[in-house]
Design a protein around this ligand. Sequence first.
Ligand code: UTP
Length: 405
Amino acid sequence: MTYSRAKALLQQYGQTQVLEYYDELNAGQQSALLSQIENIDFSNLAPGGEQTMPLGELSPVPALSCADVERDKERYVAEGLKAIRSGKVAAVLLAGGQGTRLGSDKPKGMFNMGLSRELSIFACQFINIKKVTDMAGVCFHIFVMTSVLNHDDTAAFFKENDFFGYPSDKIHFFVQEMAPNCDICGKLLLESKWKISSSPNGNGGWYSSLVKGGFGALLEDEGIEWLNVYSVDNVLQRICDPVFVGATIESGCNCSSKVVKKVSPEERVGVLCMQNGQPSIVEYYEMPPEKAALRRPDGELVFAYGVTLNYLFRVELLNKTLAKKLPVHRSLKIIPYMSEGRLVIPQEPNGYKSELLVLDMIKFMGSCLAVEVVRESEFAPVKNRTGADSVETARTLLQKNGVRL
Ligand code: UTP
């Protein structure tokens, strides 16, 4: 992109401040800045704040409770193993997040959960993966999403750890895209004189990044029909769990989510439900308290199931979502920025990070099954250092599940 085209574009969107230092830059820096400008989707930049949509009609989603799963477990396992053995299932690890709440300068998956030995979060997840591959007698493909901020560290860590005993030709890395950061008025910020401040674009762009990363052909060639997408930060995460795979295939649904029963109406977890006839995840802050508190005659919550960030998606349907636009979510953050030629690190949140969220993909799937799991055996999120959903709580749960720390 030429300087004059970039300037015209920026003028159109009121963003010319990013050219403030242009005349001071060398040729390489100028062209780096112009190419960033060229790649920005300006239609996604809105003047701050999360845009809330009306909730509409909410109703419960089809669900298998733990008791339902237990009753038909054998059949589901057989069906799930059949699909895994025939190569129809692969996994996608979402590991591109910044883990700011955990406050480690390394990728979250490298965080050591061990007390008397090294046991990274990645290693914890591979313990569970091995249980499935031992049972199935085959290894499935695992796609690992990183971001430009943590890719090198992540890939090096996998290598240093001998891919956690997994065949390295079945592990594929791809890098997610970045999204520009804005101040609270929606103005783009610079992190250096020639670099627009940006952050990983959220976990919702995973499928388009996977395809852009060149793996669409592999999915097709290998006949992969289902992708099990999971977050890096649940140390009890069960990946390509045959029960889950089998139950989903048998249901005929196009996607499914492992869910936990909410401990109280107020629990801060996104709820899987039907919204205006489509499956949807309603975030805890969007759910009106009176709806969250609704109970069935048997005393159970009507909107009972919180998502654990472990989904199965039918690939055929994912391909149809590529042309669709996910909503952009904005979260208030501390964003360092250039001012008067120097980098300012604010003490308080000063701008917005823009993210696409995987939970918004559920709406495009047409049908979704909730599969309840036992919280204490499968849900140990590591979001914070201490307190709720922390290293401390996750370590306790790992120990309860027999993992030596
Ligand atoms: P979180 O929403 O907890 O975000 O991610 P985070 O970046 O890890 O942590 P905080 O909010 O900064 O403390 C849930 C899952 O989505 C992945 C994360 O790696 C985690 O597995 N994720 C998140 C991405 O892969 N990319 C992103 O841009 C954001």
